[in-house]
Design a protein around this ligand. Structure first.
Ligand code: GDP
Length: 426
């Protein structure tokens, strides 16, 4: 029996989708446990390139059961659209299960997200405007609506009424818009529920059974440690916990079942959305890294927005691995750095004249400057290399450097965006 969490150690976009898709070959279940359709996981395999938003990253493996757990922000409209788009590409219908306890992102949440970002104007958080923050606010306000409620009209109506009673106050008086009517949302949900119905079940019971039977489960995090609301760069954080510690809660599995935590670390840094980003590059070095990064440049898989990029940040990544409780690291995008004579890394911060190695709170991060050192580059294309020993010495040394600063073994090195572009160590 093994349950492995694949989670981000940075700001998101580390390549978790690629690693999950690769490891999925040996898994029975892939489970999403938090977040919603607000991020994109890119996977490239024999079927082509997919930017998955809500679908778990095991959907290309027909043998895998893909689970949307109770902790996910489930948008039924975008789920139906994404599934249709996936099938329209000639893909086989994946095995999907949606928790009847997951709560739903409604059109009113998306509307509120858009209105709030407009209201904030130049103080906005860079939300993807997918409704995630208003959704989680409603969940914890106890006015959210569970997937199970979709199939009980009376209950759905009453729950929507209670939610809108609260939310229409802001829509009318804070944002100056017309109130949203229960009937409009009811009609939209009723139209989609027939598509969703076959997938809905008690996924908690399903996964507990699977664990008893010794099945292999991958739980897949969205975004990264530095976007966690408790441990990340609050308030530039996301609205659900991105940590492996939350995986058992959001997936609905016993905490003792989690056996491995693979923290996915990017060989350089990238970040979508607002917030402090100490090693960010603003000059042509940044433009080059953005152009050469990822599979087709560093542009958001969900939004297409240019990502902010910078050198590898040892302080943030060490902290990210620490709060994830990493037992292993998967280092991705190492191939991208192959154009550099020397590879700059941010190995410490300077704050008010002091050299700092421990990741500080947001208030201090705003004053932090990167302390850069240069490591030898390998100046060659490593994307076809499949064993660690064949990597140029400088690339091996870079892996050793990252391993040392994060204090955790790097067991997987990713050298390209495709499923097979991978080196396993140990
Ligand atoms: P996720 O949300 O963590 O799954 O990450 P994204 O899919 O948003 O972003 C990761 C980007 O890096 C995507 O463009 C991937 O195709 C790409 N990628 C993943 N691993 C590698 C790698 O080792 N090398 C290169 N060049 N690109 C990679």
């Amino acid at each position: 029996m093994s349950v492995t969490a694949v989670v981000g150690a940075n700001w998101g976009d580390e390549g978790k989708g690629k690693i999950t898709d690769y490891l999925g070959g040996k898994a029975d279940f892939v489970v999403r446990y938090q977040g919603g359709d607000n991020a994109g996981h890119t996977i490239i395999n024999e079927f082509g390139k997919f930017a998955l938003n809500l679908l778990p990253s095991g959907v290309c493996h027909t043998s895998i059961i893909n689970v949307i757990g109770p902790g996910v922000a489930f948008n039924p409209l975008s789920f139906v659209a994404e599934l249709q788009k996936f099938l329209d590409r000639g893909m086989t219908m994946p095995q999907l299960r949606i928790s009847d306890r997951a709560q739903m992102v409604l059109p009113v949440h998306v509307m509120l997200d858009v209105l709030e970002e407009q209201r904030l104007a130049d103080r906005q958080f860079g939300s993807t405007k997918s409704g995630i923050a208003p959704f989680y606010a409603d969940k914890y306000q106890k006015i959210g609506i569970q997937v199970a409620d979709l199939f009980d009209d009376q209950r759905l109506y009453e729950r929507l009424q209670a939610l809108l009673e609260m939310r229409n106050t802001a829509i009318v008086h804070l944002y100056g818009k017309d109130p949203v009517r229960v009937e409009d949302i009811m009609a939209t949900l009723q139209e989609k529920r027939a598509v969703i119905a076959p997938f809905v079940c008690d996924t908690t019971a399903l996964l507990h059974d699977a664990i008893r039977q010794g099945k292999h489960i991958l739980v897949e995090g969205q975004l990264g440690a530095l976007r966690d609301p408790d441990h990340g760069i609050f308030p530039y954080s996301t609205s659900s916990s991105t940590l492996a510690g939350y995986a058992t809660v959001g997936a609905g599995i016993p905490v003792r079942a989690l056996t491995e935590v693979i923290a996915v670390v990017k060989a350089y840094s990238s970040c979508v959305g607002a917030g402090p980003f100490v090693s960010e590059l603003f000059d042509e070095q940044g433009d080059t890294l953005r152009r050469l990064g990822g599979d087709a440049g560093e542009y958001g898989a969900k939004t297409g927005r240019p990502r902010r990029v910078g050198w590898f940040d040892a302080v943030a990544t060490r902290y990210g691995c620490q709060v994830q409780g990493a037992t292993q690291v998967a280092l991705t995008n190492l191939d991208v750095l192959g154009y550099l004579d020397e590879v700059p890394v941010c190995y410490a911060y300077e704050i008010d004249g002091n050299v700092v190695h421990q990741f500080p709170t947001t208030a201090h991060l705003d004053r932090a400057k990167p302390v850069i050192k240069h490591l030898p580059g390998w100046k060659t294309d490593i994307s076809s290399i499949r064993t660690f020993e064949q990597l140029p010495k400088a690339a091996q040394d870079y892996v050793h450097f990252v391993e040392e600063v994060v204090g955790c073994p790097i067991t997987i090195v990713s050298v390209g965006p495709k499923r097979e572009d991978i080196i396993l160590r140990g």
